[in-house]
Design a protein. Structure first.
Length: 265
């Protein structure tokens, strides 16, 4: 199989696994956004959506496996793309050395395309999408460790986890200033990457014909950041009183998280 066929297959795997995972991420993030209106509404959404995503078939396959497959296929495509760009650049270098004036002109024009693409709105928005993919890749593992794997290892009943677990981290003495940007960045990247990814996957599969005007996704990114910031302020209890009856439990869970990460629990 040549590299182009491999890349095409990986692209399809990336799209299908992304779409499968978006059945979770859309519910998850949509539920959190309700915290801008009311904390208890967002908490109710968490409990309601859990019926779907913590189902014994859905959680390992639709959430877990599709996430791993999506990240794997995405990173494999990044490697192929980087190799192709390197190859193209070295071919251009070789062409340059051959040195006919006409060739030089063509090479310079081609270089413009490879090295300095005119950043149209559509290209910038694709770059944002790729960047949000890297942000999610960097953060989602720690997030799942904290919110799902540690409770599974330590608690007899994980259904007691609610959004006050997040509120607790946003009120922790010295780490709170880190948790605000962490959750806002994680959530904004999640909304943008999921929405853009769904549109891109459906268009590639020819299941969606309507084109999105360039610039629309830049607005969507700014709106995502705004509404996610409001939601995190809502979860922190800035707009209403949010008591944390299980604060000592959340404190203990946070303490044992590094042990779970090191495989000692
Ligand atoms: C806005 C920031 C976010 C907050 C406050 C948040 C909060 C939570 C909470 C409380 C849980 C535990 C859920 C439960 O026990 O039912 C959880 C689980 C999880 N979150 Fe998030 N989350 C956020 C963003 C994200 C993003 C952007 C993603 C990825 C796109 C993500 C992926 C996950 C996954 C995969 C789980 C484990 C689900 C399971 O297997 O049951 N979260 N999150
Ligand atoms: C925590 C969740 C996710 C992570 C960690 C993640 C990660 C990534 C990464 C690293 C890339 C590669 C970026 C690049 O090519 O440079 C990517 C691309 C992509 N993702 Fe995701 N993703 C997630 C969720 C989703 C969801 C829910 C969808 C919805 C369909 C999706 C659809 C896509 C698509 C279509 C691409 C290809 C973009 C392109 O052609 O450049 N992803 N993702």
């Amino acid at each position: 199989m040549d590299l182009r066929t491999v890349d095409r297959t990986l692209a399809r795997v990336q799209q299908v696994s992304g779409l499968a995972f978006s059945s979770f991420s859309a519910l998850h993030l949509g539920g959190h956004l309700l915290a801008s209106f009311s904390f208890s509404l967002a908490d109710t959404a968490l409990f309601a959506s859990r019926v779907f995503y913590q189902n014994p078939v859905v959680e390992p396959l639709v959430v877990g496996a599709s996430l791993v497959v999506h990240i794997g296929s995405s990173l494999a495509r990044v490697v192929i793309r980087t190799r192709n760009i390197k190859k193209l650049n070295s071919r251009l270098e070789k062409d340059k050395l051959e040195n006919s004036a006409e060739k030089m002109e063509r090479t310079n024009a081609a270089e413009e395309v490879v090295k300095k693409p005119a950043q149209t709105a559509a290209q910038r928005e694709l770059q944002f999408h790729r960047l949000s993919g890297y942000v999610l890749t960097a953060l989602v593992g720690v997030h799942v460790l904290a919110t799902r794997i540690t409770p599974l290892k330590v608690l007899p009943d994980t259904s007691i986890i609610d959004l006050t677990f997040v509120t607790h981290s946003l009120r922790a003495d010295w780490t709170a200033p880190l948790f605000y940007p962490y959750y806002i960045i994680l959530g904004t990247a999640g909304i943008y990457h999921t929405a853009f990814g769904i549109q891109q996957a459906l268009s590639s599969m020819k299941l969606m014909r309507k084109r999105v005007n360039p610039g629309t996704w830049t607005t969507a990114l700014l709106v995502s950041a705004g509404i996610m910031t409001l939601a995190i302020l809502g979860i922190a209890g800035i707009f209403e009183d949010v008591p944390i009856p299980l604060a000592s439990k959340w404190h203990d869970l946070t303490e044992v998280m590094p042990l779970v990460a090191m495989g000692k629990l």
